[in-house]
Structure formats: C-alpha cells, structure tokens
Write a protein that binds this ligand. Sequence first.
Ligand SMILES: [Zn+2]
Length: 85
Amino acid sequence: MGQGKTWRNQNFDGEEGIDFVRCRICGDHRRVISGRHLSKHNTDRETYMEEYDLTPDELMQRTSESYKVLAAAITRMARNNGLPR
Ligand SMILES: [Zn+2]
C-alpha cells in the first residue's frame, strides 16, 4: 500500500458491499470498483472478478445510483427472458 501516495481514509460509514466496496487488490474503500481503478493494478473488471470470484454487483455499493440503474436493467432483462416470477 502507499506507493508514494499518502493513505487517505475516506471515512466510508456502513457495511462493506452495501455502502461501499473494498478493492481486493489495494484495500481501498470505493463506491464502485471501476475499470479505470483496476487499470492502475494492470487488470480489468473481468480478470478481477474471475480472480476473486466476484459477481458484477460485488463491484458496486448497493446504495449508488449506478447500482439502481443496473438492478433495474437486470430486472428488465429477466422479464424479457420470461423467467419465472
Ligand atoms: Zn485498488
């Protein structure tokens, strides 16, 4: 950790996976593990998910707007595929 940069505590309150997600590589607490962040670790979301056995929603805090958009899209997709209710 560190790598010449001062460790900044971002003071995320709440539960991991709900209010924030933790980068498995650097331990940073973030609202979302973005591809841009992962590129700093010379990896991408697909490799990261495979490596740490994660699902896409584990890369995002549940309270974020982008997660709600994603969740809505998944619900819509499931409906279109005619999955049982
Ligand atoms: Zn990281």
